[in-house]
Design a protein around this ligand. Structure first.
Ligand SMILES: Cc1cc2nc3c(=O)[nH]c(=O)nc-3n(C[C@H](O)[C@H](O)[C@H](O)COP(=O)(O)O)c2cc1C
Length: 310
């Protein structure tokens, strides 16, 4: 009998509870809602994990419209973390997740250290929540609005404060808007991150020349989609070479070949974002494509491909 390809991965090997996924394909924060919106369209239970929308202490209305514009091979967005807030998530979404097979990881955002700590503290012991992804690409309002994730000191300080406030596996999601991704990755690893995901969106602007105004209400947005894939691959490669914790690759993935590039660059798992907006079934198609590649190449265990391109 033909053996099935081995796709299971441990995303938090140093964590007492660990975080095992049946396969390495996840949906990226902000592009798959709370999973519930997609459950009628695709068999979400077959995904490796779902990362829910960025969640803050209080509900947020987000940025002024327009919030999304298509650019060459990419999408520029300034949604501004519109979300229902942590209390509504615990009340309305987590009980649904608790009945699911697919693990849900909550993406957490904040404007102060205290915001982040309060959000993760509220998630303690909530059934249906398997882990935390810390979005450190948020402006620190008590620090001149500079993003938490752009200096190693601040990134490490935030990571260790959150780590001390949670017993859940903690994945820290890095911002690409930095000079040296390696030093940020090492800082968050040193501060206790169980895994690192990267990249978040790349800061950008688009201008409507006829209207002579920015395309986005917020002027500045975050670029995602195929346009950023080489940037993301570079940063994943650089990070994976330097840290010992698992790395999760994200940025412009829209097919199995893209995902395999990230895996060969050192990612133990991948996240798919913008591609979900045009094809809700893309993540499962990527998963199938990875299985097909393994079969075709005679690879039984996906971990054998992780980081083979140094
Ligand atoms: C509309 C939209 C909303 C997003 N919201 C979040 C968010 O709430 N938290 C977060 O960490 N990343 C957020 N992201 C970033 C994605 O999770 C992902 O890191 C990024 O888009 C790169 O992957 P992609 O090219 O596959 O989209 C968002 C991206 C988009 C396009």
């Amino acid at each position: 009998m033909e053996s099935l390809p081995k796709l299971r991965i441990q995303l938090a090997p140093h964590h007492p509870k660990g975080l095992i996924l049946d396969n390495p394909v996840m949906t990226a924060a902000g592009t798959f809602g709370y999973g519930t919106e997609y459950s009628e369209l695709v068999d979400i239970q077959r995904l490796g994990a779902i990362i829910c929308k960025g969640t803050t202490l209080m509900p947020r209305k987000g940025n002024p419209q327009p919030r999304m514009v298509e650019t060459t091979c990419g999408l520029l967005n300034s949604v501004g973390l519109e979300n229902i807030g942590i209390d509504a998530l615990i009340e309305d979404k987590a009980p649904i997740w608790a009945g699911w097979r697919v693990p849900v990881i909550v993406n957490v955002a904040g404007e102060t250290f205290d915001d982040y700590i309060q959000v993760v503290s509220k998630l303690e012991g909530i059934p249906g929540v398997s882990g935390i992804e810390l979005n450190i690409s948020c402006p620190n309002i008590s620090g001149g609005r500079m993003e938490f994730g752009v200096t190693p000191e601040l990134a490490a300080e935030l990571t260790s404060a959150v780590k001390a406030a949670t017993s859940l596996p903690l994945m820290v999601k890095l911002s690409p808007n930095v000079t040296d991704i390696r030093e940020i990755a090492l800082a968050v690893e040193g501060a206790g991150a169980d895994a690192i995901s990267l990249i978040n969106t790349v800061r950008g602007v688009a201008i409507d020349i006829n209207e002579r105004r920015p395309c986005l209400g917020n002027i500045i947005g975050g670029l995602s989609g195929p346009a950023i894939k080489p940037i993301a691959l570079y940063m994943v490669h650089e990070t994976a070479k330097n840290v010992r914790i698992p790395v999760i690759g994200c940025g412009g993935i829209s097919c199995a070949e893209d995902a395999l590039e990230f895996i060969m660059a050192g990612a133990s798992a991948v996240q798919i974002g913008t591609a979900n907006l045009t094809n809700p079934g893309v993540s499962l198609a990527v998963l199938q494509g990875i299985k097909d590649f393994m079969k075709q190449e005679g690879i039984e265990d996906l971990t054998r491909l992780v980081g083979i391109v140094h």
